[in-house]
Design a protein around this ligand. Structure first.
Ligand code: CU
Length: 403
């Protein structure tokens, strides 16, 4: 009987792992296929396809660890129940034993759950830290000079965040048409002076003049990683520091967004009427979308004016409380040009279900046009139309250009 249970348990875990595999593939397919909106599927029970590296990491954790565990535990407990019902029924076991303790069983039912919780804890802490720590990756671009194989970049991070391992560097060759070719450490390049003030990347051979060298450096490596460091591919990448900050303020019942780096223009996003957006998007669509540029890291700061609300986009793997009198921050970055939806996720009163979150990811030039339009609506001059601001690389440079 015991052997049968062990076999059933193992089969359940193997089944769960194999069932989990296709959803990784779906994530990848969804990333390639661009749709115009990402809304919940009617009667769907799965997670939204991952649109950010954090969401990818969450999905691996869910598919490869949580789902097999919950199926395994459910099957095991059900098996025990069935076994007890049959083997120890009044008919099969008319004279029950009268003992009340069994040390071995008690040690096992304490130790095994502790072990299970530890297995869950390790990837959980990893996830919590990537969600909480603002990415600080730096991108350095170099035009290829004929014959040049050595490139250096400053290792000017905070001490605890300095580049000290080959894993903290990504080297890519980018062609004129935007095609990106990731170079392999050890094969295509080597790294010297790790942990020093200036790090040197030594290419095995010089790039053709048609390609630029792009070095991304930093410790904020996020994305699907091998499960427990053992199984599966490493699709993580170094995430650059944010180029944009958005402040989201929850109120009863809607969201107010402001863009502090662009003159702090702000707008309200209330629930859009069903007649305007149709039944499928009702309670997802808002009267105004948050607009962000594709492929860039966005810092989101949340607060509230009355009670606690919670800002979320499930496809991004982002959920963060908006608390009166406090600022919370998190981040996201997505390559998908799409519209994403979320809803207030902290019960906040009678219209809690009527404060949707809608976010539109657009190419950089569309984003700039939108910013200029919003500034105009708020009585400000455009900033991107032909000004030095267009050339600014960071939030600070933009801030400086605005003053
Ligand atoms: Cu709310």
């Amino acid at each position: 009987m015991t052997r049968l249970l062990v076999a059933a348990f193992t089969a359940a875990i193997l089944f769960a792992i194999s069932a989990a595999e296709p959803s990784f593939a779906q994530d990848a397919a969804a990333a390639v296929q661009e749709t115009t909106v990402d809304r919940p599927d009617p009667k769907g029970i799965g997670l939204r396809p991952a649109a950010t590296p954090v969401a990818e990491e969450i999905h691996v954790f869910y598919d490869a660890i949580l789902v097999p565990m919950k199926i395994g535990i459910s099957v095991f407990v059900l098996g025990l129940l069935v076994w007890v019902c049959i083997r120890y029924s009044k008919r099969a076991n008319p004279n029950p034993k009268k003992f009340s303790h069994n040390t071995l069983v008690e040690v096992l039912w304490t130790a095994i759950p502790v072990f299970i919780l530890l297995i869950i804890a390790v990837p959980s802490f990893e996830l919590l830290s990537v969600e909480d720590i603002m990415p600080d990756g730096q991108v350095h671009e170099y035009d290829a000079t004929p014959g040049q194989t050595q490139y250096a970049f400053p290792n000017d991070f905070a001490k605890s965040r300095m580049v000290t391992k080959a894993r903290h560097i990504e080297v890519a060759a980018v062609a004129d048409n935007g095609d990106r070719r990731l170079l392999q450490f050890d094969e295509d390049y080597d790294v010297a002076n790790l942990g020093d003030e200036t790090v040197v990347v030594q290419l095995a051979e010089a790039l053709p003049a048609s390609e630029r060298l792009v070095i991304t450096a930093g410790r904020s490596r996020v994305g699907a990683k091998p499960v427990l460091g053992l199984f599966g591919a490493d699709r993580s990448k170094i995430v650059p520091a944010p180029t944009l900050t958005i402040k989201a303020t929850g109120f009863q019942w809607g969201w107010r967004y402001s863009y502090p780096e662009f003159g702090d223009f702000e707008f309200d996003a209330l629930i859009a009427a069903e007649a305007d957006v149709g039944r499928e998007l009702y309670r997802l669509a808002a009267t105004n979308d948050i607009v962000v540029p594709e492929g860039e890291t966005v810092r989101i700061i949340t607060t509230a004016t009355d009670v606690i609300h919670s800002w979320t986009i499930p496809a991004f793997g982002v959920k963060i409380d908006a608390i009166p009198g406090r600022l919370n921050e998190t981040w996201f970055a997505t390559d998908q040009v799409n519209t994403f939806y979320g809803q207030c996720s902290e019960i906040c009163g009678k219209d809690h279900a009527f404060m949707p979150i809608s976010l539109r990811v657009v190419p950089r030039d569309e984003f700039e046009a939108w910013v200029d339009e919003q500034r105009e609506l708020n009585g400000m001059e455009p900033v991107f139309a032909g000004q030095e601001l267009a050339a600014a690389d960071s939030g600070e440079e933009r801030q400086a250009a605005l003053q």
